[in-house]
Design a protein around this ligand. Structure first.
Ligand SMILES: *Cc1c(COP(=O)(O)O)cnc(C)c1O
Length: 405
C-alpha cells in the first residue's frame, strides 16, 4: 500500500473558527484571561457599566448617534490607502488603514466618543481617564468638551514633564490634569490612581479607560468601540482587492485596542493576524501571567512577580501588560505576536514618509518595521496582500526624532 500524503494547510493560513472575538458573556473571560479583579466597592459600578453598554450597543438609536459623531466630528470613515511605492520596493501589496487621519490624530477618538456618549446616557457628568503620553487624555478631554462633560485626567508626574504639550492641550480643552506622584509616576500608576479615584465618585463619574484592558466590561467594550476600524477596512478591502480580504492584518500593540478593533473585522476570514509589540514592552514575548488593573493577562514582571515598567521609544506602547483577549488569541493561535526594537522603528518611519508622504506615529511605525523585515527576509510570500493599521500621526513625535537624529 502506498502512503498518501494528506494535504496540509499552507503555512500562515489560519482557519476561521466560530466564536472568535465574540461576546465574552458576563464573566468577561477570554479563555483563562480577563475577568473583574477589583475591590468590592467597584463591582456594582462595573456591573452597571456592563448592563448600560449591552443596552446601548443593542439600541439602534445609540448606534446611529455614535456613527454620526464619528462621521461629523472624528472624520470617519478614514481612508484605506494603497502604499504604491513602498509596495513596489518590498514586492508585496501593502494597504494602510489611516487612523492617523482621525480627529486628534489617532484611533483613540473612536473609543472615547463611544464611552462619552454612553456616560451621558447613564446620566454621568464627568469623565475620568488615565493617560501616559497624553494621547488618551487629549482624546478624552476632546469628547468631554464636545458632549458638555467635565474631564479629570490622571497623569504621572514624570509623564507630565515629558509631555508638556499634551498637558497644555488638555487644559485648553477644559480638562483638569491631576499629577500622580506614587510609584514610578508613569502610566501604570496613573491607571491605579484613576481606578482608586473612581471608587470615591462612581455616582457622577464614568471611568473612560483608554485600551482593551481593565476589569470587565472594558476589554470587550473598548474592542467593540474600536471595531469600526476593522469593519471599515473589511469593506474597503472588499472594494479594493480581487481576493476580497488581505493575507495579513498587522497592527501595533500597546494595551492592544487598535489591534483588537482591526482584528475584529477580520477574525472570521483566513487572514493571518499579527500584533507587533515594542521589544521593551513585549508582554506576550517576555511576560508571565498575572493580575493588574483588574484583569488577568500576560504582564512584564520581575523574579518576585512585581510588575515592571515598559520602555519604548513610542510612549503609547509603554504599557507592561497586554489586553486579555490578545493573550487568548495568542494561546489559541488565531493571532501571532512579534516584537520590534527601537532601532528598527525610526528607519521604518522614515521609509514610509519618503515613499508614501505619510509621517506616522512611532507606535504605528512598529507595524511598518515588522512588515519591512518580514518582506525583506522572504517571510511574506511575494505579492501577498498586507493590511497595516496606521494607528496615529507622527506630529507628536517630531521632538523625539529631532533628538535622535
Ligand atoms: C495609544 C496609542 C497606541 C497604543 O494603544 P493600543 O491600545 O494598543 O492601540 C498606538 N498608537 C497610537 C498612535 C497611540 O496613540
Amino acid at each position: 500500500m502506498t502512503e498518501v500524503a494528506l494535504p496540509r494547510p499552507a503555512t500562515g493560513v489560519t482557519r476561521p473558527a466560530a466564536g472568535v472575538m465574540s461576546d465574552p458573556g458576563s464573566s468577561g473571560r477570554f479563555g483563562e484571561y480577563g475577568g473583574r479583579y477589583v475591590p468590592e466597592s467597584l463591582i456594582p459600578a462595573c456591573a452597571e457599566l456592563e448592563e448600560a453598554f449591552r443596552d446601548a450597543w443593542a439600541d439602534p438609536r445609540f448606534r446611529r448617534d455614535l456613527d454620526r459623531l464619528l462621521a461629523v466630528h472624528a472624520g470617519r470613515p478614514t481612508a484605506l490607502t494603497p502604499a504604491w511605492r513602498l509596495s513596489e520596493e518590498l514586492g508585496i501589496n501593502l494597504l494602510l488603514k489611516r487612523e492617523d487621519l482621525a480627529h486628534t490624530g489617532s484611533h483613540k477618538i473612536n473609543n472615547v466618543l463611544g464611552q462619552a456618549l454612553l456616560a451621558k446616557r447613564m446620566g454621568k457628568t464627568r469623565l475620568l481617564a488615565e493617560t501616559g503620553a497624553g494621547q488618551h487624555g487629549v482624546a478624552t478631554a476632546t469628547a468631554a468638551a464636545l458632549l458638555g462633560l467635565d474631564a479629570t485626567v490622571f497623569m504621572g508626574e514624570v509623564d507630565i514633564e515629558r509631555q508638556a504639550l499634551n498637558v497644555f492641550r488638555m487644559k485648553m480643552l477644559g480638562a483638569e490634569v491631576i499629577p500622580v506622584t506614587s510609584g514610578t509616576r508613569t502610566l501604570k500608576d496613573s491607571t491605579s490612581e484613576a481606578l482608586r479615584h473612581w471608587v470615591t465618585c462612581v455616582d457622577e463619574a464614568h471611568y473612560c479607560l483608554g485600551s482593551v484592558m481593565g476589569p470587565h466590561p472594558y476589554p470587550w467594550m473598548v474592542r467593540e468601540l474600536q471595531r469600526v476600524v476593522g469593519d471599515e477596512a473589511r469593506r474597503q478591502c472588499a472594494a479594493e482587492l480581487s481576493t476580497g480580504t488581505p493575507d495579513y492584518v498587522v497592527a501595533c500593540i500597546g494595551g492592544g485596542s487598535n489591534a483588537a478593533g482591526t482584528f475584529a473585522g477580520f477574525a472570521d476570514t483566513g487572514a493571518q493576524l499579527v500584533g507587533v509589540e515594542a521589544e521593551g514592552g513585549a508582554a506576550v514575548a517576555f511576560g508571565q501571567v498575572g493580575v493588574l488593573h483588574g484583569f488577568r493577562s500576560y504582564l512584564l514582571q520581575d523574579e518576585n512577580g512585581q510588575v515592571t515598567e515598559a520602555h519604548s521609544i513610542a510612549a503609547g506602547l509603554d504599557y507592561p501588560g497586554i489586553g486579555p483577549e490578545h493573550a487568548h488569541l495568542r494561546d489559541t493561535g488565531r493571532a501571532r505576536y512579534v516584537t520590534v526594537g527601537d532601532a528598527e522603528v525610526i528607519p521604518a518611519l522614515q521609509r514610509l514618509a519618503r515613499t508614501e508622504g505619510i509621517l506616522c506615529a512611532l507606535e504605528s511605525a512598529h507595524a511598518i518595521a515588522w512588515v519591512i523585515r518580514a518582506a525583506e527576509s522572504g517571510e511574506l510570500p511575494p505579492w501577498s496582500t498586507v493590511l497595516v493599521t496606521l494607528s496615529g500621526r507622527g506630529d507628536k513625535d517630531m521632538a523625539t526624532l529631532m533628538e535622535a537624529s
